[in-house]
Design a protein around this ligand. Structure first.
Ligand code: XMP
Length: 501
């Protein structure tokens, strides 16, 4: 039996369940420096992460802009579901199109379209690009119009055929990003259309995207097989969830997250089965939230590709206080991850993270990834404005079960099983609304969290996430040990980027 199993078994015999501040990890011999440890892991069976960090599906945390930063740093963002299905799908599309290896279905114009009509359509549809392939009546590619053609066009009544370039550099198959980038650089072309044997357009490389995809640091990006950033999206249960899921899958979402306060329920289990029946291995389905081994087992048997653990640990959660349920997070993660490991289904530890030192603890308890809410709500990329209060900058952060979030969206009410409650005074909130300190960019925050995790791995001698999960041993802290762990007998005069009281 592994040392940590003995530890948790003893705690169980005492009837004790523990959370982050109750434990630390034992240090161990190490041969690698923190910067050399490997952080790659899984969010779900088929959705990898380069760092084990995922942003919470909350309306004050994850929209497209934060999800783009998360995936650019190697993690993953889960777009919240207080959006309408269409809005949520468009946020997924924004993330997917942020980096484009190859544009799969380029927006084309007809050779007979006037410049005036193309510009009007561009504005109406909100397209941010200026390069359009031009096709004829038979669907054959006959030219390209680019930004210069629009700018130098002196008469907007002219047609696309009048102004387009027709001496095209073409690729006759998907030749891969590196080759396409090389050809475009050599020929100083900003677009490289791909045509099939019938002369029809079958994709397009654009220089701007390839330059970004090929830039240094790109190897850290969490991208799919098309080199597009990965993104997840939250859904609920039942028919509404299936409809929402179909819009999200159409936009190529990487993982659907059934996001409820009580994952061990018939609605969630049925929805997992239905989604797996429809999408099979094409899209992963993560289900939650749960905090007991039996609950994780039932979701896995139903077909879940990942389990989200956490009932009440979150900074804005009042579920444990209002409903009197929920296991402290480290024990909950350990118990669910033990079941997950038997089935090779990854577990995500959701909620309750206060310090970077909590990350190695969550992973050592068995989590493959960790979900962050409050730690990201104060960033530039999270929704909402910065407010000034008591001499410093803050951002708003609220529970999805808070009165504000439940009033704002039926999805929030459904998350807490109150979808049909019409009157505000009849809502039973399970979360609060508040402010968190403004922290600058997601990048700044993640650098600290990733750095703390690396250091934790260095101290424990773990060189990979798997080693941290399998080999690490726990120590139970006494109140004196806890007090000793924090700064003491000193008045802190300068705020640290990774520590505040
Ligand atoms: P942190 O601690 O990172 O937690 O802020 C984020 C997680 O908390 C969950 N969540 C809630 N739980 N009432 C709850 O009991 C709520 O109103 C609420 N809103 C969010 C959620 O799992 C999130 O990822």
């Amino acid at each position: 039996m592994a040392k940590k199993d003995v530890f948790f078994q003893k705690m169980d015999e005492l009837g004790l369940a523990l959370t982050y501040a109750d434990v630390r990890l034992r240090t161990n011999y190490s041969e690698k420096m923190p910067d050399d440890v490997l952080l790659s892991t899984l969010f779900s069976r088929r959705v990898p992460l380069k760092v084990p960090l995922v942003s919470a599906a909350m309306d004050t945390v994850t929209t497209a802009s934060l999800a783009i930063e998360m995936a650019s740093m190697g993690g993953l963002g889960i777009i919240h579901r207080n959006f309408s299905p269409k809005e949520q799908a468009s946020h997924v599309a924004t993330v997917k199109f942020h980096l484009n290896g190859v544009v799969d279905k380029p927006i084309c114009v007809r050779d007979t379209d006037t410049i005036e009509s193309i510009l009007r359509r561009r504005e109406e549809k909100g397209y941010t690009f200026h390069s359009f392939p031009v096709i004829d009546e038979a669907g054959k590619l006959v030219g390209i119009i680019t930004k210069n053609d629009f700018e130098f066009c002196d008469d907007i009544k002219k047609t696309a055929r009048d102004v387009m370039a027709s001496n095209l550099l073409l690729a006759t198959s998907r030749i891969g990003i590196d080759i396409a980038y090389g050809i475009m650089k050599k020929n100083k072309k900003k677009v490289l259309p791909v045509i099939n044997s019938k002369g029809e357009l079958d994709g397009m490389y654009t220089f701007k995207d390839l330059k970004r995809v090929s830039s240094p640091g790109m190897e850290q990006y969490n991208v799919d097989e098309r080199n597009q950033l990965r993104v997840g999206a939250a859904i609920g249960v039942g028919n509404d969830a299936l409809e929402r899921a179909s819009l999200l899958v159409e936009k190529r979402v990487d993982v659907l997250v059934i996001d409820t306060a009580h994952g061990d329920s018939r609605g969630v289990i049925e929805t997992v089965k239905q989604l797996k029946g429809i999408y099979g291995d094409r899209v992963d389905v993560v289900a939650g939230n749960v905090s007991e081994a039996g609950s994780a087992e039932r979701l896995i048997v139903a077909g879940a590709d990942g389990i989200k653990v956490g009932q009440g640990p979150g900074s804005i959660c009042t579920t444990r206080i209002i409903a009197g349920i929920g296991a402290p997070q480290v024990t909950a993660v350990y118990n669910c991850a033990r079941v997950g490991m038997m089935h090779s289904v990854p577990v995500c530890a959701d909620g309750g993270i206060q310090y970077s030192g909590d990350l190695p603890i969550a992973i050592a308890a068995g989590a493959s990834s960790v979900m962050l809410g409050s730690m990201l709500a104060g960033t530039e990329e999270a929704p909402g404005d910065v407010v000034f209060f008591e001499g410093r900058q803050w951002k708003q952060y609220r529970g999805m079960g808070s009165v504000g979030a439940m009033e704002a969206s039926k999805s929030s009410r459904e998350r807490y099983g109150q979808g049909d409650v019409a009157k505000k005074s009849d809502l039973v909130p399970e979360g609060v609304e508040g402010l968190v300190p403004y922290k600058g960019s997601v990048r700044n925050v993640l650098v600290q969290y990733i750095g703390g995790l690396r250091r934790g791995m260095g101290y424990t001698g773990a060189t990979t996430i798997e080693e941290l999960q399998e080999r690490t041993d726990f120590i139970r802290l006494s109140p004196a040990g806890h007090a000793e762990s924090h700064p003491h007998d000193v008045k802190i005069t300068k705020e640290s980027p990774n520590y505040n009281v």
